[in-house]
Design a protein around this ligand. Sequence first.
Ligand code: CP
Length: 308
Amino acid sequence: MQLISKDLLGLKELSKEEISLILDTADTMRLVLSANSKKTSHLQGKSVVTLFYENSTRTRLSFEMASKFMGASSANISASGSSVKKGESLIDTARTIDSMATDIVIMRHQQSGAPHLIASKINASVINAGDGMNEHPTQALLDMMTIRKHKGTLEGLKVAIVGDLLHSRVARSNLWGLSKMGAQVYLAGPATMVPPGIERTPAILCSKVEDAVKDADVVMGLRVQLERQQSGLFPSVSEYARFFSISEDVLKMAKSDAILMHPGPCNHGVEMPTAVYDSPQSVINEQVSNGVAVRMAVLYLLTSRRNQ
Ligand code: CP
């Protein structure tokens, strides 16, 4: 079995079988990462370019490390240091990268749909590393890998996702991915931060955090995306924290063996107190580790498909 598309643009487009293939491959890559030498030759002779129009620590670094571990030639472009600053268009930028025999372009952009646009214009495979408020597929894949490792399966789990639902591409990718894999997603956030059309998705929307978290197997906090806020979505950060922070008392309402997740970066004291972030139930650092394995898996599977 292999991936159907040349690109990885979102989990809405992937089948359950493709998601399982990526997660199984990532489990193998985790074994590679735990070995003394992390080097493989899966991407020998291939070139990978990261094209980031928005800031990133985890996603960008883990893609760069994954590319290097697998022997690819890799290069990085950020909007601030490129001809984008001289006004070059997105399509011209992508075609320029494509003309340099690039195999895979990993792209983050503030505009939803930007990776989909360039994927249709270039030969290289495009990986969506986060597009606006749409999707962040590799984040949800690493989240699912982490959950599966702790719970053994995704089927039948209750997953509570709490916070800024409106702006969260992480929530959207997790909603599509987890639902396809048989988990039930419960969402909770301020009424002003609930995306339109949520009732047409498989999610169950709760008005209170407590209702979403009660007896959950997994509790996932979302970053309040202060950089994307329009005014008036919530009165103040402290008011938001009062009603939507995952406090120790809130976390106690989940199952006793529930795991706590956050995609990072976290606003400590807003999405959750530091004591919860650092609690024994937190798998936040493990999510970061699994990010490298998932990105190795995605790079490997897209390259295998290209080779055929
Ligand atoms: N979770 C996530 O996408 O983090 P970065 O913005 O640091 O890549």
